[in-house]
Ligand binder design. Structure first.
Ligand code: PHE
Length: 462
């Protein structure tokens, strides 16, 4: 065990990294991005991107982290390429920005749980009334940030492993039960069709393609060094490739079943009229309570409260990984005590999140003032776009760095540790091809396409 602490087992690392990956991105963001991106075509592209473009980035991040045993800035310094530590700096900035709004949404989920058990919850109350009550949602966000801080202050390998071990299986069982229930509702099949039968004309739509890649990076926690940081606690005996494969499968699998749960419910609420589907951040917070209500007053509250509790826990294992990145940087590089680093970072991030908190109905300015080519938008959506794009850029830079600056031989040597027979395997050939050619080229092109489209209104695909 190194001085920085290690995960106690391979399962520990996988659980923690999967805990980082599985969160609001799968259950809150994925369904509404599917709805915004046009249904099954989005899902198909998302699946391809996750395995072909994102999985190789994940292997690379974990390998860099394990090789250097450092935070995302220190990692590049210790490999001897301190100029490239800009990747780590961007990553830390990105993590701080993501956590600033993610914590707000996590507060909503947690707030739904509390309001339900207190009996304050009426489905008739709109989601908008809830989010615009800043004192209330602000308090929930404070509680959430404090919980995250508490776990991170204990150190990464202690708290998270245990939490994830119990919660992930429970969450999966809950979602699967809801999938079964949703299939029994009227018009369910319209929803399934929308979700699984692609409209081929959308396969060349910029928003569909760009949205799928943004979502894949976000959902897998890639491109900002979260997995460099978690990799830095991974033992040399472990197989990076199979670990990364399990994390990818797990994360994608959970998003997939979350969609399978959501779209029949959406179809039920819309009376089967899937052309009226609306995406947006309110999707699960509006659709799910409506459906829980059909279970009857008592069962509805029990199931609803339990669902939002589990969602809050899934969010917590992600916020922990988001806070861990800047904290590990401050601890490693400035020799600040962990507890103090946590306190400083949590306060800064909470303050940066205030406009996101206010921009969901409370402050008209932060709710509408940001003009993106797709229409005016709120502060949280804007920050979400910026961070998504930074993640893609980070992913591109990380593979390019590993293949051409650090050199692919060194990357291979690190991957080969803990993976007997890697040198002669077909996996090695495939990964090499992706990391040296496919990922750098395709990620660069898609990055340019998304930036032009989302920020300048220029559509390269016509
Ligand atoms: N992947 C997390 C989720 O899907 C969010 C996240 C993104 C966490 C980037 C860490 C880094 O909820």
């Amino acid at each position: 065990m190194s001085a920085r602490g290690n995960f106690s087992s391979r399962l520990g690392f996988i659980l923690a990294a999967a805990g980082s990956a599985v969160g609001l991105g799968n259950i809150w963001k994925f369904p509404f991005e599917v709805a915004d991106g046009g249904g099954a075509a989005f899902v198909l592209i998302y699946l391809i991107f996750a395995f072909v473009l994102c999985f190789p980035v994940m292997v690379t991040e974990v390998a860099i982290g394990r090789k250097t045993e450092k935070n995302p800035i220190g990692a590049f310094n210790s490999l001897g390429f301190s100029r490239w530590n800009i990747i780590g700096k961007l990553g830390i900035l990105c993590g701080v920005l993501i956590l600033s709004f993610y914590n707000v949404v996590a507060g909503w989920a947690f707030g739904y749980f509390i309001e339900m058990i207190l009996g304050n919850f009426e489905v008739g109350n709109s989601f908008g009334d809830f989010t615009s009550n800043v004192i209330k949602v602000g308090s929930y966000a404070v509680v959430f940030m404090l919980s995250t801080s508490y776990i991170v202050s204990k150190g990464v390998s202690g708290g998270i492993e245990k939490l994830a071990k119990i919660l992930m299986p429970t969450l999966i069982i809950m979602i699967l039960s809801l999938v079964i229930y949703s299939f029994t509702l009227e018009n369910a099949m319209e929803g399934v069709k929308y979700y699984l039968v692609p409209d081929l004309s959308k396969l060349t739509n910029v928003n569909t393609i760009g949205g799928a890649l943004r979502q894949a990076f976000f959902s897998l926690s890639l491109g900002m060094g979260a997995l460099i940081t978690y990799g830095s606690y991974l033992s040399k005996k472990e197989n990076i490739v199979t670990s990364a494969a399990m994390i990818t499968l797990f994360d994608v699998g959970i998003a997939f079943i979350a969609g399978l749960m959501m779209f029949p419910l959406v179809a039920y609420n819309l009376g089967g009229e899937m052309s009226n589907v609306q995406g947006g951040p309110g999707l699960i917070f509006v659709t799910l309570p409506g459906v829980f209500e059909t279970l009857g007053p008592i069962l509805g509250i029990v199931v609803g409260a339990f669902f939002f509790l589990l969602l809050s826990f899934a969010a917590l294992t992600s916020t922990v990984s988001l806070l861990e990145v800047p904290v590990s940087y401050v601890v490693d590089e400035y020799k600040v005590k962990r507890k103090r680093a946590v306190a400083i970072m949590a306060i800064i991030i909470f303050i940066i999140g205030l406009p996101s908190l206010a921009g969901n109905g409370y402050s008209a300015f932060f709710t509408n003032a940001f003009n993106l080519p797709g229409g005016s938008s709120d502060f949280m959506t804007l920050v979400g776009y910026i961070t998504d794009v930074l993640l893609m850029l980070g992913g591109f830079l990380i593979v390019t760095f590993a293949a051409y600056v650090w050199k692919k031989e060194n990357l291979e040597a690190e991957i080969a540790q803990g993976y007997e027979g890697y040198k002669d395997s077909i996996i090695r050939k495939l990964l090499n091809f992706c990391i040296t050619y496919l990922c750098p080229v395709v990620l660069a092109l898609l990055f340019i396409m998304v930036v032009l489209n989302n920020f300048f209104g220029i559509n390269l695909l016509g």
